[in-house]
Design a protein around this ligand. Structure first.
Ligand code: URA
Length: 228
């Protein structure tokens, strides 16, 4: 017996016919509004999916020269998200961000404002090491930034601290020099953003350490203002 005949029989016998929701919705979804209302929700992102996607990413040429991707590390519920430029040689080897010399200074900078590395989440704009540590290209930044935005959406930090020119420019969509960008608070999707010099640069340029300290204090104050 075909389904239509079966339904007719059941109806004649006064038996309520159970209709799966999907078909009901299908009937109703004839206008654009109804389609929007009945549309399946966007799949909810999660760390496992995101991490697996990054680990196997081949969306740009950097995948050909990397040893491994550097997803980011730290507290996935952090109040502070620290965003650098791209992995260097040590990071490429270890699969962790900021583990070289610059990383040691970054750890000290965080400690200066009473933050442990494990307490914050550290990631980069680009997840693979550019060959010979060259600056990431615009297309590499654009392609990889979607992963970072997904990390941000999962963490929902109270503040973003961008480290160095490349990260600041990429996140704030500007080509202004870092000297102009630092010292102010910006917002990205309602999250405050503070720009600080890159520790690798500070290792070469001691006089700017004082400015970096001022920027760290600005970030700290920004977070305090949110809480208070
Ligand atoms: N420099 C960065 O910007 N990120 C790292 O992970 C290491 C060095």
């Amino acid at each position: 017996m075909d389904n239509a005949t079966r339904l007719q029989y059941l109806e004649t016998m006064g038996i309520d016919v159970w209709v799966p929701r999907v078909s009901v919705n299908h009937e109703q979804a004839s206008t654009p509004d109804a389609i929007a209302e009945n549309a399946l929700p966007e799949p909810i992102d999660n760390w496992e999916t995101l991490q697996a996607e990054v680990a196997s990413c081949t969306k740009c040429g950097l995948c050909k020269t990397r040893i491994q991707t550097v997803f980011g590390s730290g507290n996935k519920k952090a109040d502070w998200m620290i965003i650098g430029e791209a992995p260097g040689q040590s990071e490429d080897q270890q699969g962790l961000p900021f583990v070289g010399k610059a990383g040691l200074l970054l750890t000290e900078m965080l400690r200066a404002i009473s933050l442990d590395r494990e307490e914050v989440f550290i990631a980069n704009i680009v997840k693979c090491r550019p060959p010979s540590n060259r600056d990431p290209e615009a297309i590499e930044i654009e392609t990889c930034k979607t992963y970072l935005m997904r990390q941000l959406a999962l963490i929902k930090p109270k503040i973003i601290l961008t480290v160095g020119r490349v990260a600041a420019q990429a996140l704030l969509n500007t080509d202004q020099p870092i000297g102009k960008l630092r010292g102010k608070t910006y917002t990205l999707n309602d999250t405050p953003v503070v720009v600080v010099y890159h520790p690798a640069y500070l290792l070469r340029s001691l006089p700017d350490k004082r400015k970096a300290w001022a920027d760290l204090k600005l970030a700290l104050q920004t977070v305090k203002n949110i809480k208070g």
